[in-house]
Write a protein that binds this ligand. Structure first.
Ligand code: ASP
Ligand code: MG
Length: 418
């Protein structure tokens, strides 16, 4: 069971969480719980680091930010004990959860779960702080923002859990953001692949990396709400959204439990910025010169368009980077102006990326064209397009985000009946 920051925000909410955990254990299950820091706490800790030293050492940053989860894991164990359950916490370094050394963005390598399993078998509820691990040189690491989801999946894999229930402040994965489209529907199930695409294009339910890990380790993941009333169905009845393999999805469709649909979800992301380099020489090596320095600075480039060369052997290159990296990207490119040989850099952070995702589009033609038509019918201009086997993304003006999401939700027949 994993509980996010909103569910852990304060002793009152931790008591609710403890009750949910106790009820699960009372069904005869051995339970490990992974927790986030209280909502807002990690941001607060990050700010302390910035104030202390703007060029902070990531190893010390990890020491500071990992503390939020240490507090909530101890508090949950205490609260469970107050409810009469046997429980103890296991900090990342105590298990340990071995990670690579990349501070602030470490990856889990392995988890020593023997002692943990023995304690669970002896009837103790294990509480594990998410987000944190231990590097080979014996220092505390953290897994990147939102990393507790990944901790939960990694622990579930290590103890071969029957299921990894991710309790959060929404009751599942929706066809789109319900704050934008009131008729958005909760999905009973989505496939790993779809969830991976949805997470990476802005649906903020799960950390992208946790989905990749779940897919690789075949961990059964359920997303469900921790804000549930007395008579709510237990997690074992799968009230949330299950993340399943393609095969399991086929079975659900055959049994009539899921409808076969072309598009599973529509996501939006306002956190990217557009960069245009004009009059780049149209010759081999030109784009490599642009993207190598960005890659070396760990700046993730997403959509890329290189126009057909115009006369004089020149072309424009357009791409997107995370807004938070825009200033750095711009400075890096300016520094290499001579080498790359462009004329101007034009940037725009008032853009949004809208993506439609669905495994159904693997075997269907026309999904992209109906997207383009639906947007053009509302006068929404498409500035760039990128696709994968199960996803189409377009870049549009940020002001048109909500309209685009609504129009597409209707166009693909996803609106819930009244
Ligand atoms: N507390 C960490 C964060 O806010 C990790 C998590 O909650 O998933 O990013
Ligand atoms: Mg989260």
């Amino acid at each position: 069971m994993k509980f996010g920051g909103t569910s852990m925000a304060g002793t009152e909410r931790i008591r609710r969480v403890a009750n949910i955990v106790r009820a699960q254990a009372a069904r005869g299950d051995q339970v490990a719980v992974v927790v986030s820091a209280m909502a807002g706490e990690t941001d607060r800790l990050v700010n302390f680091c910035r104030e202390a030293n703007p060029l902070y050492d990531p190893a010390e940053y990890d020491v500071v930010v990992a503390s939020g989860e240490q507090v909530t894991s101890g508090l949950l164990a205490l609260t469970l004990q107050a409810l009469g359950c046997k429980s103890r916490s296991w900090l990342g370094w105590q298990l340990p959860i071995h990670t690579i050394e990349a501070h602030a963005k470490a990856r889990v390598e392995s988890i020593d779960a023997e002692a943990l399993i023995a304690s669970m078998e002896a009837g103790e509820i294990a509480v594990i702080p998410g987000f944190q691990g231990l590097s080979e040189d014996n220092r505390v690491t953290t897994l990147g923002r939102g990393g507790s989801d990944t901790s939960a999946v990694a622990v579930a894999a290590a103890i071969k859990a029957d299921r990894c229930d991710i309790y959060t402040d929404v009751d599942g994965v929706y066809t789109t953001d319900p704050r934008i489209v009131a008729k958005a529907k909760k999905q009973k199930a989505v496939t790993y692949e779809e969830m991976l695409e949805l997470a990476s294009v802005g649906a903020k339910v799960l950390q992208t990396r946790s989905v990749g890990l779940a897919m690789k380790e075949k961990v059964r993941v359920q997303v469900l709400s921790s804000f549930i009333g007395e008579g709510a169905p237990p997690a074992d009845e799968l009230p949330g959204t299950m993340i399943v393999s393609d095969e399991e999805m086929d079975e659900l469709v055959e049994k009539g439990l899921m409808e076969r649909q072309l598009v599973t979800g529509i996501a939006h992301d306002k956190n990217e910025a557009k960069v245009i380099l004009t009059r780049v020489p149209d010759r081999p090596g030109a784009v490599a010169n642009i993207f190598e320095p960005l890659a070396a600075a760990s700046i993730n480039v997403d959509m890329i368009i290189q126009n057909v060369g115009r006369d004089k052997g020149e072309t424009d290159v357009t791409f997107t980077v995370p807004q938070s990296d825009l200033a750095r990207a711009q400075a890096l490119l300016e520094d290499r102006r001579g080498e790359i040989g462009f004329n101007r850099i034009i940037t725009d952070s008032k853009i949004a990326k809208i993506s439609v995702v669905g495994v159904g589009m693997k075997s269907h033609a026309g999904v992209a064209s109906s997207m383009f038509r639906a947007l053009s019918d509302r006068g929404i201009n498409i500035q760039a397009i990128s696709t994968s086997e199960i996803k189409i993304s377009v870049m549009i003006d940020e002001d048109e985000t909500e309209l685009a999401v609504r129009v597409l939700h209707t166009a693909y027949g996803l609106d819930a009946a009244d």
